[in-house]
Design a protein around this ligand. Structure first.
Ligand SMILES: [Zn+2]
Length: 91
């Protein structure tokens, strides 16, 4: 999922993503810079935790299809929890 698609799912707009090798699950834990949320201008780095359904979860009836987003949470952060970088330093 690219930043534009993530924006469509959340009705937000993101202009940057922080990636680093210390993050062992980069497709599940994404650090993005949000510039607009529901048409309101914002300026915040966010950690998104996204779970995509596995084939097993579809089989036991917990999801409709493989890859379906079945869990998504977000918290606003200032530092990368994986490498410790100050995210506001490199806007
Ligand atoms: Zn990092």
């Amino acid at each position: 999922m690219n930043l534009r698609q993530l924006g469509e799912v959340t009705d937000n707009t993101y202009d940057q993503e922080h990636t680093c090798s210390e993050n062992l699950f980069p497709t599940a834990d994404r650090i993005v810079h949000c510039i607009s949320s529901h048409d309101v201008k914002v300026d915040s780095w966010q950690l998104h935790n996204i779970h995509y359904a596995t084939a097993e979860e579809v089989e036991i009836g917990e999801a409709e299809f493989e890859g379906e987003i079945t869990y998504h949470s977000m918290i606003v952060i200032n530092y990368c929890p994986f490498c410790g970088k100050n995210l506001n330093d490199h806007k």
